[in-house]
Ligand binder design. Structure first.
Ligand SMILES: Cc1cc2nc3c(=O)[nH]c(=O)nc-3n(C[C@H](O)[C@H](O)[C@H](O)COP(=O)(O)OP(=O)(O)OC[C@H]3O[C@@H](n4cnc5c(N)ncnc54)[C@H](O)[C@@H]3O)c2cc1C
Length: 644
């Protein structure tokens, strides 16, 4: 293929060996520490205040480092993590239903369709139990059973109940916990909080990440901030599809700027399409709304057996309904993983059995659960989600089934990091959804919050110390030629965007890009479609740089300018996503290539050729360079995933 070149393979040189249960503990012991007296002389930049960045900044400051924290929202607690609904996994086994660290590890490796690293996933499962203790100590109001023990519920891809939750607002409650810890450190003067600041460039000095260039979104002022290390916790890039369940502001700029400076981007094509979202209702829409996976604990998914059945759902008798997930996957039923549930929904809609406008919907029905448990019990578990659904659709889900359809939700791809969460640029660490690690080709529900908090509270504070302990680094300030060059790049780029003065809005380009991506790099991908998408993206990108209109100037608040920069980066990312999807001639998890499926329509992996992480190196206007990191499975042996 002429779209990329292949470079040297890479390895995760920080990955420990030995028995998997002891790897993290031993690695932690072998890493160097920084003496408390030296910590306060060191500065760490943390970009992002979601669960990953907020927990990391608070913990690093608590340890004694000086932390500079950045987010583009008006308050750190408005990071997108606040939207997380359903819960967070942990191998506590409070239910005594057979859960263990090993089972969480096993479920996650299998759920990721054998495209993640065993060592990382095991560490995640180990640390999961500490997260719950940490959050309870902070006062996070997890749901409790009558006896006072923390309650749990089921999520997809698991047969145990290991998901801890706070109604449908788990992200909000966890983020308030992290935010309080962060505020405490802000109050003590250990964290310098810079909200409404956007990182627009990474500064590299002598091959190490040493700072960032940021724009104050209110005054327009550009400044260069230097540090001993930089941590990116800037979230996922699902908004490349324009319509997604992510907050409108989510974008790829921080990661993409780092990628352009040398950080490898891993598995960009692994996108999670969530099966239970409120269906698109028209062209006016700029955002989609998730209905949490937790609803599949009690909601049953069905469509009419007959094509084109227009009857109201309550008029369709039981024996004319197809509870297709329960039928096809009797073991896991409605709680199959997201990739499987999404494809199944698409298949029944493609067969002409979808419901609602355009036939792009399936029912999620609570009638049985309400009969069995009573309305009050359902209200207590999911009340806020039901209310949200009713406000958006005007339909009462206690009376009529919800209508749902898959939508873009999460990105498993992200900046490549080693076991220490360090990118291919020394001194640049990447945590939370922004990195690629842990989830393979499909993330199980309730595992993103677990990973973000594992990274921020427990992993990074150890591994970053090991990096800093190898110092001291030479003192550099914003007058260093590399810092000045990075700042000039930012200023030039902003001027370039403002000077085009064309006739199309930023949003119109973003929407069109999203349509291309959804059509060709969404739930199902084909070689011909991906090639077409790459051509279309290139043409649209050229048009963007000639016709986009960014009103106003850069001297103050200018949201069009902010969006233009982000969309420009989405264009470059979109092309890489398609190239990655094209080169991966197999189906795995969220990456479904129509050419590679089993006779019954499931994803067909090709372990002989593709059991690797695809780490892409930026090559300017040339072809991106593919570096392969082989994946080894010693404990969970790759098999055809089955949830039947
Ligand atoms: C609707 C919804 C529900 C979800 N529910 C669950 C759930 O129940 N369980 C679960 O495990 N997962 C869930 N997820 C996924 C989970 O919420 C996210 O993966 C996770 O919160 C990401 O956290 P993060 O800290 O990595 O990033 P984010 O929370 O996205 O935070 C990113 C931060 O980076 C900052 N930032 C980004 N770019 C820049 C820049 N250039 N300059 C300065 N700052 C920048 C932002 O301001 C923000 O502070 C859900 C996701 C959605 C969309």
């Amino acid at each position: 293929m002429d779209l990329y070149t292949e470079g040297e393979p890479i390895a995760d040189t920080r990955a420990p060996d030995g028995p998997i249960e002891t790897r993290w503990e031993r690695h932690r012991f072998e890493m160097k520490l920084v003496n408390p007296a030296n910590r306060r002389k060191m500065t760490v930049i943390v970009v992002g205040t979601g669960l990953a960045g907020g927990s990391a900044a608070a913990t690093l400051a608590e340890q004694g480092y000086h932390v500079k924290s950045y987010c583009y929202q008006d308050s750190p607690r408005r990071a997108h993590s606040i939207a997380a609904q359903g819960g967070i996994n942990a191998a506590k086994n409070y239910r005594n239903d057979g859960d263990s660290v090993h089972r969480l590890f096993y479920d996650t490796v299998k759920g990721g369709d054998f495209r993640s690293r065993e060592s990382n996933v095991h560490r995640l499962a180990e640390v999961s139990v500490n997260i719950i203790d940490q959050c309870v100590a902070q006062g996070v109001p997890f749901a409790r059973e009558y006896g006072g023990l923390l309650d749990t519920r089921s999520f997809g891809g698991a047969q145990v109940q290991r998901t801890f939750y706070a109604r449908g607002q788990t992200g909000q409650q966890l983020l308030l916990g992290a935010y309080q810890a962060l505020e405490r450190q802000i109050g003590l003067g250990n964290v310098e909080m810079n909200s409404r600041h956007e990182m627009l460039e990474l500064v590299i000095v002598d091959g190490r990440a040493r700072g960032i260039v940021v724009r104050d979104l209110v005054t327009g002022e550009i400044s260069t901030e230097m540090a001993d290390a930089v941590v990116l916790a800037s979230g996922g890039y699902g908004n490349v599809f324009y319509l997604s369940t992510n907050a409108k502001g989510c974008n790829v700029t921080a990661s993409w700027r780092a990628h352009r400076k040398g950080a490898y981007f891993a598995n960009p094509c692994y996108t999670q399409i969530h099966p239970t979202c409120i269906p698109v209702s028209g062209d006016h829409q700029s955002k989609l709304t998730l209905m949490s996976e937790s609803l599949r604990n009690d909601g049953r998914v069905w469509v009419p057996k007959a094509k084109g059945d227009q009857r109201a759902p309550r008029d369709i008798p039981e024996d004319e309904r197809d509870y297709y997930l329960e039928r096809i996957y009797p073991s896991f039923g409605n709680l199959v993983p997201r990739d499987i549930a999404s494809r199944a929904a698409k298949n029944v809609c493609d067969e002409g059995r979808g419901v609602g406008p355009g036939g792009l919907g399936v029912y999620l029905d609570f009638a049985d659960a309400i009969n069995r448990l009573g309305r009050k019990a359902i209200e207590a578990k999911y009340g806020n989600l039901f209310e949200m659904y009713e406000r958006i659709t005007g339909e009462d889900p206690y009376e009529v089934p919800m209508r749902i359809y898959p939508a873009v939700h999460y990105t498993m791809g992200g900046l490549w990091v080693d076991y220490d969460l360090q990118s291919s640029i020394p001194g640049l660490f990447v945590i939370g959804e922004a990195n690629f690690s842990d989830h393979g080709a499909n993330r199980l529900g309730a595992s993103a919050l677990m990973q973000g908090l594992a990274d921020g509270y427990f992993v990074l504070p150890n591994t970053l110390a090991n990096y800093l302990a190898s110092g001291p680094l030479e003192k550099v300030d914003a007058s260093h030629p590399e810092a000045v060059a990075a700042r000039t790049e930012v200023e030039d780029r902003l001027q370039r965007l403002l000077a085009i003065n064309g006739d199309r809005t930023v949003d119109s380009f973003h929407r069109e890009l999203g349509q291309i991506m959804w059509e060709h790099c969404g739930m199902e991908r084909t070689e011909a479609g991906l090639r077409k998408a790459i051509d279309e993206i290139r043409t649209l990108r050229d048009e963007f740089w000639q016709r986009v209109r960014v009103p106003g100037d850069g001297e103050g608040l200018n949201q069009s300018l902010e969006k233009a920069g982000r969309v420009a980066d989405f264009f470059e990312l979109a092309e890489l996503m398609c190239i990655d999807a094209l080169h991966r001639e197999e189906s795995c998890g969220g990456h479904f290539r129509a050419e590679h499926q089993t006779p019954d329509g499931e994803a067909q992996r090709d372990d002989d050729r593709f059991a690797y992480v695809a780490a892409w190196e930026y090559a300017g206007t040339g072809q991106p360079v593919l570096h392969k990191e082989d994946l080894k499975f010693e404990y969970v042996h790759p098999t055809q995933r089955s949830y039947k």
